[in-house]
Write a protein that binds this ligand. Structure first.
Ligand SMILES: C[S@@+](CC[C@H](N)C(=O)[O-])C[C@H]1O[C@@H](n2cnc3c(N)ncnc32)[C@H](O)[C@@H]1O
Length: 280
């Protein structure tokens, strides 16, 4: 049995996911499952579902090329396997300091801030974990909202394969390969978007913010975390070598407001910060 079927039962293309997706090639809400793939009834594009995720990248434009040294590492099978236990805690600690890298109950401590900021207990999804990596937050979100569908999206095959293995046994997780700059989801698909530790690797955050606004329901919440200033010389050097873009909270607040978000708030965790904003 393939992994995706193990996670999602049936033909691997869960009905809960099918209501959320649209064809990345033509934008039509016309994707249909043939049991092994999604096929667009409008433009006939075919999107494979194997290794535990549906590949909703429009590959007629070619495979995306990683544009930063850090993103090249995110595509490596070795780093994907080591990411959750070793790479993430060490990297966050070096670049953002001890306060940003604490763990609580098996999850990064910051998850509890994200979960509260998303108001997962008071609201209903679906929920999107954007740039989910190996699915650390996807699984935590799925556990926090067992009645809702949680979609983890990433561009890295290696990360998604690890995420699929770790998501075995969660019936409300769907994993999708896609590009944050052109999300393969219908307008207003999600009640909340979680976006941890990924803003610094996007080529065009403006396009990503616009897409997040589009796929949120009115009143939907966008919660993210990213790097501000590295607190130490080693952190500043590592951030430079990794090609990390850093954000200043006032800059991000103005940026998100220009895109159309409202009610921006933030919490500082050493050299990182968590922000929450809302689609009006
Ligand atoms: C530093 S990891 C963060 C993973 C996870 N959110 C976490 O906090 O542990 C950044 C992730 O962003 C993904 N990513 C980079 N560019 C992307 C894009 N254009 N679209 C979707 N995901 C992207 C990478 O593949 C990687 O898994």
């Amino acid at each position: 049995m393939n992994t995706y079927a193990t996670i999602n039962k049936g033909d691997g293309l869960d009905p809960g996911l099918m209501t959320l997706v649209r064809c990345p090639a033509c934008g039509a809400r016309a994707l249909e499952s043939d049991g092994r793939a999604l096929v667009c009834a409008s433009c006939q594009h075919r999107y494979a579902s194997e290794h535990g995720y549906v590949d909703l990248l429009d590959l007629s434009r070619g495979e995306p090329t990683p544009s930063s040294p850090e993103q090249r590492l995110m595509e490596s099978e070795l780093i994907a396997r080591l990411y959750e236990r070793i790479w993430r805690p060490a990297f966050v600690r070096i670049v953002a300091g001890r306060g940003a890298s604490a763990r609580t109950g098996g999850f990064p401590g910051e998850f509890f801030i994200h979960k509260n900021a998303l108001a997962m207990e008071d609201r209903h999804g679906a929920w999107l974990d954007l740039s989910c990596g190996p699915g650390t937050f996807t699984r935590a979100m799925a556990a926090a909202a067992p009645g809702d569908r949680v979609v983890g999206l990433d561009i890295s095959r290696a990360m998604l394969e690890v995420a699929a293995k770790k998501a075995r046994g969660y019936t409300n997780i769907s994993l999708v390969r896609g590009d944050a700059h052109e999300l393969p989801f219908v307008d207003g698909a999600f009640g909340g978007v979680n976006n941890t530790g990924a803003l610094h690797v996007y080529d065009d955050p403006d396009a990503v913010f616009s897409e997040i606004l589009r796929v949120l329901q009115p009143g939907g919440v966008y919660v993210g975390s990213t790097f501000a200033e590295a607190p130490t010389m080693l952190g500043r050097l590592s951030a430079r070598v990794a090609g990390i873009r850093r954000f200043q909270p006032p800059e991000l607040r103005a940026w998100l407001s220009r895109i159309g978000f409202a009610d921006y708030e933030e919490i500082r965790l050493d050299g990182a910060f968590i922000f929450r904003t809302r689609k009006p």
